[in-house]
Design a binder for this molecule. Structure first.
Ligand SMILES: Cc1cc2nc3c(=O)[nH]c(=O)nc-3n(C[C@H](O)[C@H](O)[C@H](O)COP(=O)(O)OP(=O)(O)OC[C@H]3O[C@@H](n4cnc5c(N)ncnc54)[C@H](O)[C@@H]3O)c2cc1C
Length: 523
């Protein structure tokens, strides 16, 4: 009797304990703690890499499947990681951003095995730029002689390119792409464990992963806890599509040094040309009340090359005018265990030089190479420490493109000040000199020569060239004064950008301790 009483008591205790554990586990899971109940299975990929295949827990969650997110999903999926991508809208985007990929970016696309994503979308090859100022023009060709004939810039409809990358990543069995809007990151004791998201039909779901990579673009609302976002909006682009327009230089981007600021044209398909008109400041003329149409016809149209004029006016008449703020934001991450920022959510620069996608793709190559030796990503604090090297290793490409974009935008804007006018004219004339004077800057812009020092040298060479023209042959006091203002203005443009990029990381990366960080040992 006593024995059965004791047995019954033990049985009840075990059952109560099991029930209690169940409740606690479920509550912890919904509080954002990922629970592993089974050992990880292994996926072997074409290149022999390993990854986990636990059905309830991805290795990596990617928030946003734009340029960065979809390229990253394919890259990590190909390396055997189990990837869950949550994208707000899986239909083809229709945007005026990310339409010209520099040749440096195309080379990164090849490195990632994604170059076929610019095929079958009527993408156009781009071989350089044409620069226009006051009726004069000059051609700046990308220095592509050393490369295969296929290597060049590419311009296309952004949405078509993204859809191709989404399809390609979703074709991998270990990449799961789903539609949903991420609402928050799930954090437990300072470690990001996953995300909370809302499906199209309004259900609130939670997903867990060892690493969450936030790629939710320029309007990111998840980046706030992962970086110190200092967003500057110097201007907006007003976008139009010109139909059946023959640009003066076929297969080239066209930059018009107009007043008050530059105008861009480049083909985005065999029959369409994108026009982006920069409007300085944070306010653009209203489209609704016709101010925009008036602005485009009276201020902008008279400054576009005559060959484009009719198509430009026809595009304004047709309507479909779009605007987009031009943001710049230096990378200022708070390294956080379990999470990482990529793409525009992490770092932005003025889109004048079309560098955003090149930086994003280059960052993905750096991250892929860092993650490759790691079998699993579960030790979040250790991984976070190791990945600090990412912020230095990305600098040559990212800081060169970012600095050039910011500096060139300021130089290319019209200025009421004589020193600013001189600098803009000198820049045009310097680039028109040809040889190293055009090949140097264009190879920096295209991402083919990511050398920050070379950028600074060319920038000051323009300033000194401009100074020489002012002072020779007879320097008058007025000219000396303009020259002094010019040098001070040039320094005022470039030094703050370099400071924001980080002088040490940009010019002396090898002196940053994180540069040498080795992968965590395999346990
Ligand atoms: C006007 C303009 C023109 C530009 N032109 C060029 C150019 O010619 N060449 C160039 O290289 N760069 C250009 N850029 C920059 C380029 O567009 C960006 O650098 C690039 O798109 C960044 O890719 P991304 O993946 O970070 O962001 P996006 O491509 O914007 O992708 C972000 C994705 O996240 C999704 N998302 C957002 N929030 C959530 C959420 N809460 N949950 C789930 N999903 C979410 C979005 O739907 C989107 O699909 C331009 C930028 C601007 C503003």
């Amino acid at each position: 009797m006593a024995d059965s009483y004791v047995l019954g008591w033990i049985l009840c205790s075990v059952m109560a304990l099991v029930a209690l554990c169940g409740v606690v586990l479920r509550r912890q899971k919904w509080k954002g703690i990922s629970m592993r109940t089974e050992p990880l299975k292994t996926v072997l990929t074409s290149n022999g890499e390993c990854g986990s295949a636990d059905a309830s827990h991805a290795d990596v969650i990617i928030v946003g499947a734009g340029v960065a997110g979809s390229a990253l999903a394919h890259t990590l999926g190909k390396d055997g990681r189990r990837v869950q991508v949550i994208e707000r809208d899986l239909s083809e985007p229709d945007r005026i951003v990310g339409e010209l990929l520099q040749p440096g970016g195309y080379l990164k696309l090849i490195e990632l095995g994604l170059e076929d994503c610019v095929e079958e979308i009527d993408a156009q090859q781009v071989f350089g730029y044409a620069l226009f100022k006051d009726g004069k023009h000059t051609q700046l060709s990308y220095p592509l002689e050393k490369f295969h004939s296929d290597v060049s810039g590419r311009s296309f409809h952004n949405g078509r390119f993204i859809q191709r990358m989404r399809e390609k990543s979703a074709s991998l069995p270990n990449v799961h792409l789903e539609q949903g809007t991420d609402t928050s990151l799930l954090e437990e004791k300072g470690i990001i464990r996953g995300v909370q998201y809302k499906t199209k039909d309004g259900r609130e779901l939670t997903a867990f992963a060892s690493l969450t990579i936030v790629c939710d673009g320029c309007f990111s609302n998840l980046r706030r806890s992962l970086c110190n976002p200092k967003v500057d909006i110097p201007s907006s682009f007003v976008g139009l599509v010109l139909e059946n327009c023959h640009l003066p230089y076929s297969n080239h981007g066209h930059v018009i040094l107009a007043d008050p600021s530059p105008i861009l044209f480049y083909p985005i398909s065999s029959t369409e040309t994108r026009c982006l008109v920069d409007v300085p400041g944070q306010k653009v003329p209203s489209i609704a009340n016709g101010e925009m149409e008036n602005y485009l016809k009276t201020i902008v149209a008279p400054q576009v090359p005559p060959e484009i004029y009719d198509s430009f006016v026809a595009a304004v008449d047709k309507g479909n005018i779009r605007t987009m703020p031009n943001r710049s934001m230096p990378a200022a991450p708070h390294p956080t265990p379990g999470a990482l920022l990529m793409g525009d959510a992490f770092n932005m620069r003025h889109p004048l030089t079309g560098g955003g996608m090149t930086v994003a793709l280059s960052d993905i190559v750096v991250l892929r190479d860092l993650l490759r030796p790691l079998h699993d990503l579960n030790d979040a604090p250790m991984l976070c420490k190791y990945l600090e090297s990412f912020y230095t290793l990305r600098k040559p490409v990212a800081s060169t493109i970012n600095t050039l974009a910011g500096a060139l935008y300021k130089v290319f804007c019209g200025s009421p000040d004589q020193a600013g006018k001189e600098m803009r004219q000198a820049c045009f004339d310097y680039l028109s000199l040809g040889g190293v004077f055009s090949a140097g800057p264009i190879s920096l812009l295209s991402g083919l020569n990511p050398r920050p020092l070379s950028l600074v040298l060319h920038f000051f060479a323009v300033a000194i060239y401009s100074l020489g023209r002012l002072l020779l042959p007879f320097p008058s006091p007025k000219r000396i004064w303009i020259g002094a203002r010019l040098i001070s203005g040039a320094s005022g443009i470039i030094f703050p950008i370099i400071k924001a990029e980080g002088v040490r990381q940009m010019f002396f990366p090898a002196t940053v301790p994180a540069y040498y960080r080795a992968p965590p040992p395999v346990k």
